[in-house]
Design a protein around this ligand. Structure first.
Ligand code: ASP
Ligand code: MG
Length: 407
């Protein structure tokens, strides 16, 4: 007998029919003798609908009231799912965030879970019942309702699993697992059986939208085995674990992530003296713009070019800051490009294998793709290239690193 926390996302509970299907699934685990805690999202589209109602009244409504509003979506789902399970003879009971004691800080709309009181849940589980918890929401010390940020039900699921020391946290969604890359770009992409938390974090922060990033961090920190699987089809999904596979047959690269929304700015011909990097980047970060890659050339004539990348949404703002700063920096020119993208190889296998970078660069060279910037970490190599080459680059790399599914 195991204790599972199962989280069902918006599309998995998007209609009454789907809620009934989830009830069947939960019942089958319960019938098999497992203890089940379910965390649910709002029915798909509901959170957006609620937000748009608020925006019709005020473009920037009070965050406290936003949380009172958007937390209602999950409350609907828990009640309906409890009814569907009760209809099937299962002693299911719904709980809002405050009823199970999900304590958070007071950062409305992006609250962090601080503590979960498991007593109520334990009691109902030990009596043979199924516990159904509203995802996304909690309560602060002053009993204000809080929410955890968009996609926050994933984090609710993981936090419940950590607090209950569950055997596994299962995230049921509309895809059947985590893929080596986006199957829409590479039809030969494969579902991974296993991936490490570190790799998953890199994939998630690089745009693979399967899981809320915070939930992956949380699961890694508390070592909660996390499984992503489809609520629509059968299958084992993808297990996210701390275990690294180091058998010889294992691929050095686990996946390829990419991000289209990149832009780069180059400050050309600035004096190569101490303090230049901070004089360029401090005003940018003061404007709340996140800088991703940074490249600075070596110089032999006393001046240097300094390049950095930002999210495309921040491009115009960053460019304006640097243009205003150019004189003071004694820069020759400020140039920018926003038709670029970032492609990254991710894999813990890189730690023990040399030659990954050179193989990556050779693969791109063979396709005549020019690399504009490079960064590396222990388990990731990222390049910036022209956006028009994104598909070509990802496909070529996917093949070169042996990730293609067998036809
Ligand atoms: N309903 C919330 C959202 O749409 C939370 C979630 O689905 O995870 O962001
Ligand atoms: Mg979601």
């Amino acid at each position: 007998m195991a204790l599972y926390v199962q989280k069902y996302g918006g599309t998995s509970v998007g209609t009454i029919e789907r809620i009934e299907a989830v009830a069947d699934k939960v019942k089958s685990f319960h019938d098999a003798g497992h203890q089940i805690v379910v965390a649910v999202s709002a029915m798909s589209g509901e959170t957006n609908r609620l937000i748009s109602l608020a925006k019709q009244i005020d473009a920037a409504p009070a965050p406290r009231e936003m949380d009172v509003l958007v937390s209602t979506g999950e409350q609907v789902t828990i009640a309906l799912l409890a009814m569907a399970l009760q209809k099937r003879g299962v002693d299911a009971r719904s709980y809002t965030g405050w009823q199970v004691g999900i304590k958070t800080d007071s950062a409305f709309m992006k609250a962090r879970i601080e503590d979960i009181d498991t007593a109520n849940m334990r009691q109902h589980l030990d009596n043979g019942g199924v516990v159904i918890v509203a995802g996304f929401q909690g309560v602060d010390d002053d009993n204000n309702i809080t929410t955890l940020g968009r996609g926050g039900s994933d984090t609710t699921g993981v936090a419940l699993a950590a607090a209950l020391k569950a055997d596994e946290c299962q995230i049921y969604t509309d895809v059947d697992g985590v893929y080596t890359t986006d199957p829409r770009v590479v039809p030969a992409a494969r579902r991974m059986d296993k991936v490490t938390f570190e790799e998953m974090l890199e994939m998630a922060s690089l745009g693979s939208k399967v899981l809320q990033i915070r939930s992956v961090e949380f699961a890694g920190k508390y070592k909660v085995p996390l499984r992503v699987l489809s609520s629509f089809t059968e299958g084992n999904g993808t297990l996210i674990t701390t275990e690294e596979n180091d058998s010889v047959e294992n691929p050095v690269i686990s996946g390829i992530a990419f991000n289209r929304d990149e832009a780069k700015i180059t400050v050309k011909g600035v004096p190569d003296i101490p303090g230049v990097a901070s004089r360029i980047l401090v005003p940018v970060s003061d404007a709340n713009i996140e800088v991703d890659m940074i490249v600075q050339n070596v110089s032999d004539d006393g001046s240097t070019d300094f390049t950095f990348t930002v999210h495309r949404n921040d491009y115009q703002k960053a460019l304006k800051i640097l243009n205003e700063l150019a004189g003071e920096l004694k820069a020759r020119e400020v140039a920018g490009k926003d038709d670029i993208c970032k492609v990254s190889l991710v894999g813990v296998g890189m730690r023990s294998h040399a030659g990954v970078a050179s193989k990556m660069f050779k693969t791109l060279a063979d396709e005549n793709i020019n690399i504009l910037a490079i960064t590396t970490s222990e388990i990731k190599i990222s390049v910036v290239i022209a956006e028009k080459y994104l598909e070509l680059a990802v496909r070529a790399l996917h093949t070169a690193f042996g990730l293609d599914a067998e036809a």
